[in-house]
Design a binder for this molecule. Sequence first.
Ligand SMILES: Nc1ncnc2c1ncn2[C@@H]1O[C@H](COP(=O)(O)OP(=O)(O)OP(=O)(O)O)[C@@H](O)[C@H]1O
Length: 379
Amino acid sequence: MTAIELKDIQVRLQQKQVLDGIDLTIEQGDFITFLGPSGCGKTTLLRTIAGLQRADGGTIRIGGREVANGDTDYHMEPSKRGLSLVFQSYALWPHMTVFENVAFGLQVRRLAKADVKRSVQNALEKMRIPELSGRYPGELSGGQQQRVAIARAIVTQPDILLLDEPLSNLDAKLRVEMRAELKRLHQELNTTIIYVTHDQHEALSLSTRVAVFFGGRIVQTDKPRQLYKHPRTLQVADFIGSGGLHTNRLEGVIALESGRAWLKTPVAAIALEEAGLAALREVVLTIKPEDIRLYDRQGPDRVTAEVEAVFPSGAETLVQLNAGGAAMMARVIGDADYEPGAVLYADLRKEQMNFYDKRTGMRLENVAPIIEPTGGYAS
Ligand SMILES: Nc1ncnc2c1ncn2[C@@H]1O[C@H](COP(=O)(O)OP(=O)(O)OP(=O)(O)O)[C@@H](O)[C@H]1O
């Protein structure tokens, strides 16, 4: 069932087009993340869905009901939309206890005292903080305050929970802990969650789907695995590849030889099977570090690479390589005690490669690369 439907959403703020034609369908029970660099419009879209920001164009439907129409200037007030919002700053009332803060969301409902108590208790238990009920926000850690803020949002049992960078004020350990809590909460409540972040790890590890934003538009909406493996544009590939998730990028030119289109990169020449490729000149190939296998011996489909540096990091080791003058990073599970200067043979898994038109940045579909060692591989 569809929870939220956005059609051609336009938002202008101080003459600046902040959202430009957002189309998105969110299914009931989805955990969808808005991911993108700072200033790309994620928070503005969240606020527009919540009703804190008016849309200048387009329509929003929640549970099939129209809640905003920028073309007719219809705007349902936030409290009637059936959703709860949690901000980056916890926005707790300092003079109220945890119990009172969480109960606050229920006040407009005029519930009996015993029902309020039961609901608050339930929300605190869901966030695993029933013992904090009588404390004031000033007596809590950042992580505990964020749990209270989320308890306050879920106490009304909203159909949709909106979370705007809820973990960004927490330290690294707490973030990982709260990530697990949010995942559990989503599974338990089966609520539709919209989550805003610029953290790739958070987006990939929490979401059922991720929408990637650039400059007020959504450029790709996909399951995390698909997004990670096959970014639609070079811009998305670069963004997903930053922040610790490295992507190797090799640039090459297309040459027609022996009746085939060859992509000539510093590392290798790769024959590409796709009609129309000959019309392209410059192509960018990307491959993830974990899709490069390292061997001590030469073999079919392997390129020669020299070890430049080795970065052990616990469960895995990153090996920086120089192959034909191009820098590449390979990820090895466990230890890899290579010495700088050692010569290795790298198997670049061709089925995991992505190819992009350098001019437009768009991914080339249905490319079937054929790696032929005689086709120009360094030896
Ligand atoms: N009230 C406002 N008036 C004018 N411009 C605004 C206003 N609020 C936001 N903007 C601009 O709109 C653009 C999108 O802002 P928004 O906060 O939605 O981005 P974001 O992707 O959530 O970024 P961040 O990750 O930094 O929060 C930015 O260029 C911002 O400067």
